[in-house]
Design a protein around this ligand. Structure first.
Ligand code: AMP
Ligand code: ZN
Length: 116
C-alpha cells in the first residue's frame, strides 16, 4: 500500500476527519474509531512508514518521540498511575491492519497478558 492510499496519511492530511487528542510537527494522536479500552488512542507519525520492519535508524528520533508523547498523553488522560499499554502491531501475525506504523495507547481498565 502506498502513502496515496493510506488511511492514516489521509487523516494526517486532514482529508479524513478524526478526533485529534494531540498533534505536533512529527505526529498526530487520535481516538481509535473502534476502541478496545476506555482510553484507546493511536499515535501516528506524519511520515509514512509502513511498519516497524521498514523503519530505519533515521526514524529513531520519531519513534522515541511517539513513545514519550504516549507517556505524556497517558498522564493527561489520568491513566499513568493505574497503568496502561503501549503496543505496535507489526505484520499479519502481529495483527497489523493499517500499514502505516502507529502505537496503540490503551488504558482505563486492567489489561490481560498475554494478548490473544
Ligand atoms: P492495527 O490493527 O494495529 O493496524 O490498528 C489499526 C487501528 O486503526 C485499529 O484499532 C482501528 O480501529 C483503527 N482505525 C482504522 N481506521 C480508523 C479511523 N478512520 N479513525 C480512527 N481509527 C481508525
Ligand atoms: Zn501512511
Amino acid at each position: 500500500m502506498s502513502a496515496a492510499d493510506c488511511i492514516f496519511c489521509k487523516i494526517v492530511a486532514e482529508e479524513i476527519s478524526a478526533r485529534i487528542i494531540y498533534q505536533d510537527d512529527e505526529l498526530i494522536a487520535i481516538e481509535d474509531i473502534n476502541p478496545a479500552a476506555p482510553v484507546h488512542i493511536l499515535l501516528i507519525p506524519r511520515k509514512h512508514i509502513p511498519s516497524l520492519n521498514e523503519a530505519g535508524l533515521d526514524d529513531a528520533d520519531i519513534l522515541g518521540h511517539l513513545q514519550l508523547t504516549a507517556a505524556r498523553i497517558a498522564n493527561g488522560q489520568g491513566i499513568a498511575a493505574s497503568g496502561y499499554r503501549l503496543v505496535s502491531n507489526c505484520g499479519e501475525w502481529g495483527g497489523q491492519t493499517v500499514m502505516h506504523v502507529h502505537y496503540h495507547l490503551l488504558g482505563g481498565r486492567e489489561l490481560r497478558w498475554p494478548p490473544g
